[in-house]
Design a protein around this ligand. Structure first.
Ligand code: PLP
Length: 422
């Protein structure tokens, strides 16, 4: 028996389903990781995988980045939690404000989930309105307001709406299909002066990789402004990824509030809510809208965040986008060559393939993709040493460590896998 299987059997006795987050589970059992370096994961059975999951996004500099490791080691010696403010929080906040167009002020939290929960509370508190608009299949974390027709693990494992969430909590969450202007107009007309915010992933990264149609984000900006609705960009995936300033800089559309996470923590837990000063100042202790956390602004995560942002230079953006595009183009060519119905999408360091013959512009269409064929593709890659997230309702990422040699190896593996996909 493999060591991973042994560990999985043991894990199941103590950890629910043997894992601590549902996306980590796939049948018959996930491989257990011993260590990671650069773009490689090493499992407990001595296998090495080229990693395109990258911990679901954060590890854009590769695993165990030397500068982050050094900085964190140094900080560990100085203490790991103080319950008091530190200068490093200011340094990271300044970096965020410098980069992210809508950010005039920052509140650091511990995860993307906390960030979206507090951002929505902020929007509701400021507007005095209860209702929020969310897009079908968007994932904004695992809290109650937004776990309705949610993407990521909730979709992959078949529970897009979770039991245990009272109807009273989600009755104010209005769902609309992504990329559909009329649906948004209709909902706003039917709920005049009742909607606090629209929360949107500018690129949907939790049902694969769904791009906004030309002008769609601009449309959301205009209609929210006209109706005094706050626009929240959930940039937990796209932040610091699509460009230095995230999707808002990339598309040139500036929301009122944005949520950040993943890359910002350089592989350590973090989240952030950012926005215009007059909005952010409504948070406690200045304002009445409560937001707090023992580990908010944790010195380890903040240190890793500073060491990460320092390394995200022009070369980083150019290279990660270049390699992701090569892989996306390869997948498209292979699907054509082998006559397999597939659509491939790519932006900056993000890419994904859907086994689907329709253009995937929203959740309903994404859901029609062939799951069985995707799992064949996933296993074909994994058995040959390439790890992608085990669902087409997640996104693949490249890091700065995915160089030409690694990409060429991946292409070789993809070519072999497509031969057996029929
Ligand atoms: N928002 C988006 C767009 C995400 O992709 C995620 C996580 O995948 C979250 C929020 C939740 O972040 P976390 O898992 O750090 O709570």
């Amino acid at each position: 028996m493999s060591r991973s299987k042994e560990l999985f059997e043991e894990a199941k006795k103590y950890l629910v389903g043997g894992v601590n987050s549902p996306v980590r589970y796939f049948k018959p059992y996930p491989f257990f990781v011993e260590k990671a370096k650069d773009c490689y994961l090493f499992d407990v059975d001595g296998n090495c995988y080229i990693d395109y999951c990258l911990a679901y996004g954060p590890m854009v500099l590769g695993h165990a980045n030397e500068k982050i490791v050094e900085a964190v080691k140094e900080q560990l010696e100085l203490g790991s939690a103080y319950g008091c403010p530190t200068e490093k929080e200011i340094i990271l906040a300044k970096e965020v404000v410098k980069r992210v167009p809508c950010a005039e002020m920052v509140r650091f939290v511990n995860s993307g989930t906390e960030a979206t929960m507090s951002a929505i509370r902020l929007a509701r508190g400021i507007t005095g309105r209860k209702k929020i608009i969310k897009f079908d299949g968007a994932y904004h974390g695992a809290h109650d307001y937004v776990l309705v027709k949610s993407g990521s693990g909730a979709l992959t494992h078949g529970h897009p709406n979770s039991p245990g969430i009272p109807e009273e909590t989600t009755k104010n969450t209005i769902l609309v299909p992504f990329n559909d202007e009329d649906a948004v107009k209709k909902v706003i007309n039917e709920n005049k002066d009742e909607i606090a915010c629209i929360i949107v992933e500018p690129v949907m990264g939790n049902v694969g990789c769904i791009l906004p149609k030309d002008g769609y984000l601009e449309f959301l900006r205009e209609i929210t402004e006209e109706n005094d609705i706050l626009l929240i960009f959930d940039e937990v995936i796209t932040g610091f990824r699509l460009s230095k300033g995230g999707a808002q800089e990339y598309f040139g559309v500036v929301p009122d509030i944005a949520t950040l996470g993943k890359i910002l923590g350089g592989g350590f837990p973090i989240g952030a809510i950012v926005g215009r000063r007059e909005l952010m100042e409504q948070f406690s202790p200045l304002g009445a809208i409560y937001q707090a956390g023992t580990f908010n602004g944790n010195p380890i995560s903040i240190t890793a965040g500073i060491a990460t942002l320092e390394q995200l230079d022009d070369r980083f953006y150019k290279e990660t986008a270049r390699t992701a595009k090569i892989l996306a183009d390869t997948l498209r060519e292979l699907a054509d060559k082998h006559n397999i119905k597939a659509k491939v999408y790519n932006i900056a360091s993000m890419f994904q393939i859907y086994f689907n013959d329709k253009e995937v512009v929203n959740y309903e269409i994404a859901k029609q993709s062939e799951v069985e064929r995707f799992m064949k593709y996933f296993w074909g890659l994994l058995e040959r040493g390439v790890f992608v997230p085990p669902s087409q309702f997640e996104c693949c990422f490249t890091s700065i460590k995915h160089d030409d040699k690694v990409v060429d190896k991946t292409i070789e593996v993809m070519e072999e896998v497509f031969k057996i996909l029929k």
